[in-house]
Unconditional design. Sequence first.
Length: 364
Amino acid sequence: MKAGIVGLPNVGKSTLFNCLSNAKAQSANFPFCTIEPNIGVVNVPDPRLGQLETLVNPQRVVPATVEIVDIAGLVKGASKGEGLGNQFLGNIRETDAILHVLRCFDNDNVVHVDGSVDPIRDKETIDMELQLKDLETVEKRLEKAGRAARTGNKEAQKEAQVLETLKQGLESGTSVRAIAVDEDAYLEFVRPMQLITDKPVLYVCNVDEQSASSGNAHVDRVKEAVAGEKAEVLVLAVATEADIAELETFEERQLFLEDLGLDEPGASKMIRSAYKLLNLQTYFTAGEKEVRAWTIPVGATAPQAAGVIHTDFEKGFIRAEVIAFADYLHYGSEAKVKEAGKMRVEGKEYVVKDGDVMHFRFNV
């Protein structure tokens, strides 16, 4: 599962990517600095992992991870191939969620591709290009469905009706994620198309250091503009976060954060937000050799969760032994949880909850 960082050229995408992944992508004060997408595997900050480590004292600890992709900046006309448009749109189509970086800081020393700072205009530029590309896809599909519908094909008639709704919405400047479509019709016709503006989005407002804790007027405008989108807005001082990431000790980082009025790096909040945006959750395995966080989609069953460890675990699944994280923390060890009768045995239908500590029994 991948989240793609997108935005106009020079809004701080590559600096943010470096901060998140320590992969050191090239970042500089000119457009199209990023051409090939950079991919980083980022640990998901989770205090529960540290708590389990303290209780179990394992030989090693393995956190959950999420893939972050730094994609080339997009400009007006990208849907028609301007700039690096075709490449950009191809790269973003391969991601599962969008982290849309908007410049919300004033600094004459950092050039803006359009000459002035206006995050709403920037957002609309990218939205329009993505919508135009989706419109192209929808119109091609509608043409095909329309031909079949005219022969009396009931399924094609239904599909054409849904596609016409999408077409009208996109033509009016509405992203697919905000267009009202019946859920059954969405699952049957819309989701399989993997339209770009149907992907979940997190707006990242890149602010200056002074605005890190409370935002600014630019941020307020963004929040107002996206109110109807079911999208989250995160405020992040990207350059400052990069400085924090460079500090060598935990104590130095904490002092820096306290000076800014923050309780943790904004980058940590963003990674967790991306994880949530991708509709992912975590379960744990805990033993002397290893405490590990495993990533599964929300709604995964016990056999599906077992399959993340090894496909044989899913094929030969017998049962899962499950401890709620709160119970593990309360009793302090697996043995004491068992003594208290708080370990549950669950079968194939069990839907795993975020934070479950699990053992799997299987037979191959």
